[in-house]
Design a protein around this ligand. Sequence first.
Ligand SMILES: Cc1ncc(C[n+]2csc(CCOP(=O)(O)OP(=O)(O)O)c2C)c(N)n1
Length: 279
Amino acid sequence: MDLSLKTNLEKTACKVRMGVIEGVFNAKSGHPGGSLSISDVLTYLYYVKLNVDVTNPDMPERDRFVLSKGHCAPGLYSVLSQYGFFNTEELKSLRHIGALLQGHPCIHIPGVDMSSGSLGQGISVACGMALAGKIDNADYKVYCILGDGELQEGQVWEAAMFAAHNKLDNLLAIVDNNGLQIDGKITDVCSPEPITDKFAAFGWHVITMDAHDFDDIERAFDEAEKISGKPVVIVQKSVKGKGVSFMENKASWHGTAPNKEQYDVAMAELNKRLSELEG
Ligand SMILES: Cc1ncc(C[n+]2csc(CCOP(=O)(O)OP(=O)(O)O)c2C)c(N)n1
């Protein structure tokens, strides 16, 4: 990847992470861990891949994005605000009564294509959007992020079967394989492993990538672009809480907001990282 593009993406992802912390801190609730693990791929999607227009969020030919693990709304809201769908100030009223940004993505928010939060449903809707695109001969693509804990939902596998049956090669799913869910390791609670073999058995083209390395992200998305005749899934190896040292790899940060002291430490770390990138 071009070095200046890579640095710019890293800087943006850092700002996306700051927005996540800002949001959950001000809400005093919300989901930082799984938002931080998808901050890089969200940044890549919005700044490199998705054909979307902030001045026309409902543009019919836009690429669609569904956050199937809807509890990670702080990550989605943060990237949407960075990209310009709405003001970053909105993040400070996350989850407040009457505010634009509620705890889970809602379709009335500019840039949000689907309300989500009930795990398993988002990928099913994404399949429907992709099938509609095929029927309409439209050339938009549908992107969908799922959690690895979310794979415990039976509905995910109905959708997986449906997507392969209908040869939905305009659908790209990304599984955020951070290895943790609300109350511990996915492999202790109810293991969805081997994730790659399962999707392959369901008829998908499977790609793996390092979720926090933009060179590898580009490689994976480039490979996905070349596949036709079947849906594609990218299983990204990620770190829950990535970018905030005390949140990394800790299930306890799944749905907990930082207090003022923790907020200050997190922001200081992210600011330091941003300054390093800005050289
Ligand atoms: C149908 C349904 N059951 C339960 C929940 C409650 N819930 C919210 S997040 C979560 C764990 C999800 O784990 P994972 O998909 O791995 O998310 P991540 O670690 O990426 O945040 C659960 C069970 C839900 N949102 N929907």
